[in-house]
Design a protein around this ligand. Structure first.
Ligand code: SAM
Length: 206
């Protein structure tokens, strides 16, 4: 079994259990999810949106409210998480079950916004390919928006997050900054410095 397949299998198993408590618990530590969308509003008015790792669909609902004209596609590898998202989705939302490592836009043309919300830090391996796939999925001038865990100075906490499939090594931001023209690239402190999370918004420029 390849390391990607093994990781995807582990994540599917993890979310089979966690999907049941996801919406009731994640508000207490997945910070910045409203903020990243507020920041997107300042720089874009997207019509074709992709959320990678859309999970239970919390952001899909927010995206539909903020951009009522837009069509929103959500991709996720977990059947259980997508089943909850499907219960929140309307006719302007398409859900795709797959592991994201290649662009998905082939059928409908490129997207003008790609969102990763607490997803990329779980693509281990595969986060570089996912960033490259997002580049391929965006039209020229399109916007990528990322909110995610960044780092913790406490090794026990990084280990604990590793048990939960999250890599917290400040590794996402340099590649995002190389690939896209940064419009926002900031870190924020959570729980008095227990960890930091980041928001990156960038533009694809050919
Ligand atoms: C922490 S949840 C975030 C869900 C949602 N974006 C949010 O902000 O609440 C991470 C999601 O990414 C999905 N995921 C992880 N690796 C993935 C991959 N390689 N391809 C597609 N989805 C993936 C998981 O199944 C999970 O639903």
């Amino acid at each position: 079994m390849s390391s990607t397949t093994a990781q995807n299998t582990a994540l599917e198993r993890y979310y089979r259990l966690h999907s049941r408590i996801y919406d009731g618990t994640r508000w207490s530590f997945l910070f910045g999810r409203e903020e990243v969308l507020r920041r997107v509003l300042r720089v874009a008015n997207p019509r074709r949106i992709l959320e990678v790792g859309c999970g239970t669909g919390r952001n899909l609902v927010s995206l539909r409210r903020l951009f009522p004209e837009a069509h929103v596609t959500g991709v996720d590898l977990s059947e259980q998480m997508l089943a909850i998202a499907a219960g929140k989705a309307d006719g302007q939302v398409t859900l795709l079950r797959r592991s994201y490592s290649l662009p998905v836009h082939a059928e409908g043309g490129p997207f003008d916004l790609v969102l990763f919300s607490y997803a990329l830090s779980m693509f281990n391996p595969g986060w570089e390919q996912a960033i490259d796939a997002a580049w391929g999925d965006l039209e020229d001038g399109g916007v990528i928006a990322v909110v995610d865990f960044s780092h913790s100075r406490f090794s026990w906490f990084r280990r604990w997050m590793g048990v939960n499939h999250v890599r917290m090594e400040n590794h996402l931001w340099p590649r995002l900054g190389q690939k896209f023209v940064p419009l926002l690239n900031d870190r924020f402190s959570a729980y008095g410095g227990l960890w930091s999370y980041g928001i990156f918004i960038g533009r694809k420029q050919l």
